[in-house]
Design a protein around this ligand. Sequence first.
Ligand SMILES: [Cu+2]
Length: 193
Amino acid sequence: MHNPTLSLILTALLSLSATAAPTTTAVTNSNPNLPTRSQPAPRTTHTVVAGRGGLKFEPDNIVAEVGSVIEFHFLPANHSVVESSFSNPCQPKDRTSFFSGFFPVPAGSGKQSDEVFQVEVRDSRPIWFYCAQNNGNHCQKGMTGVVNQNFDNQEFSLRRHREIAAGVTEPSGVQRYVQGGWRIPNPNPQSGV
Ligand SMILES: [Cu+2]
């Protein structure tokens, strides 16, 4: 039954498949231009509402992991959020501090602002923030908050920060531009005041 021709063909086929398979696998695994079906990793979003229950942020003391998002919603009448520092409340921390701009919403409209402002938590250091509305001295009256306060050192507490803010006599500062975050459509502007 020995057939030299068939044997040759079989040998050729075997060697072909033996060399072809690994080559294909290697190309598949190393091709950086392949389309992907993977989704972005889910992010935790912490919602903060400006103006709920008076001149305050609710909540005002947030614990958020690095990579999560703080999403500010704005109730009437005209609030904002600016990044500050612990020891110098009601002023931007520096030129890079985030600033949402203002969000005028008619009182009694039963609506939130049409847009929200998102900022990303980029590291584990405390992020201090305030509302820069000077009509009514929102910051000086306590409209401040913090992300990732250092709870081990009460010298740097939100309560102490507010005490310093209460003594600020100059108007609150703003940035020249909306910056440091994303001002995007409110996913649920009818969610009430
Ligand atoms: Cu305000």
